[in-house]
Design a binder for this molecule. Structure first.
Ligand SMILES: [Fe+2]
Length: 223
């Protein structure tokens, strides 16, 4: 009898450990390091507030729900459900990954030009900073529907690349490039201020790019 009680206690303890583990692994909405209005006049406070507290928060919540369902399917060995959950995982996981990078790519009193190793790499791979900006802007403007334009690092080739991704496809998970700088061109990122004129939003965003953050990402990517 005592043996049975000990067994039940052990089982309860490991279950509680598993529940705690699951709680620890829940994704959360990261705080911004600046106020919603700090990027004005380039991106207004209303856009930033909705974008962060509603749109990004929804990706986080839906990612947690999807992961929970996925865990259940894994536990049951239900491959059909696992496969059926893949699009939701890609969309919400990508949305969380992309926006988490995006907020740190932006900063008030930023813009200007990158310095040091990043600037050297840009000149080497695109000819000039202006040329890189033009190529990345063109990629952003020409995304059909919703998506992202990225400056990424090709680790194997040791060079910078411009890429465009549809929807919330995460850059590294779908192309292998390591994301350094992303421009969100979903309408939720600009419509309240720029209406349908995406090129004006893309032109303005260069005024709030945190090049220090992009440089740090390049350093980390090269390790
Ligand atoms: Fe967004």
């Amino acid at each position: 009898m005592l043996c049975r009680v000990a067994q039940i206690r052990r089982c309860a303890a490991s279950l509680s450990q598993a529940v705690q583990q699951a709680h620890r692994q829940k994704h959360t909405l990261p705080d911004l390091t600046y106020d919603y209005g700090a990027l004005e006049p380039h991106i207004n406070a209303e856009i930033m507030q909705l974008h962060h507290s509603k749109h990004h928060a929804t990706y986080v919540n839906n990612l947690n729900v999807t992961e929970e369902k996925y865990q259940e399917a894994l536990a049951k060995g239900d491959v059909t459900v696992q496969v059926a959950l893949q699009p939701a995982l890609k969309f919400n996981g990508g949305g969380h990954i992309n926006h988490t990078i995006f907020w740190t790519n932006l900063s008030p009193n930023a813009g200007g030009e990158p310095q040091g190793e990043l600037m050297e790499a840009i000149k080497r791979d695109f000819g000039s900073f202006q040329s890189m900006k033009e190529r990345m802007s063109a990629a952003a403007v020409t995304v059909q529907g919703s998506g992202w334009s990225w400056l990424g690092y090709d680790k194997q080739g040791g060079r910078l690349c411009i890429a465009a991704c549809a929807n919330q496809d995460p850059l590294q998970g779908t192309t292998g490039l390591i994301p350094l700088l992303g421009i969100d061109v979903w309408e939720h990122a600009y419509y309240l201020q720029y209406k349908n004129v995406r090129p004006d939003y893309v032109k303005a965003i260069w005024n709030v790019i945190n090049w220090e953050n992009v440089s740090e990402r390049l350093q980390t990517a090269k390790k």
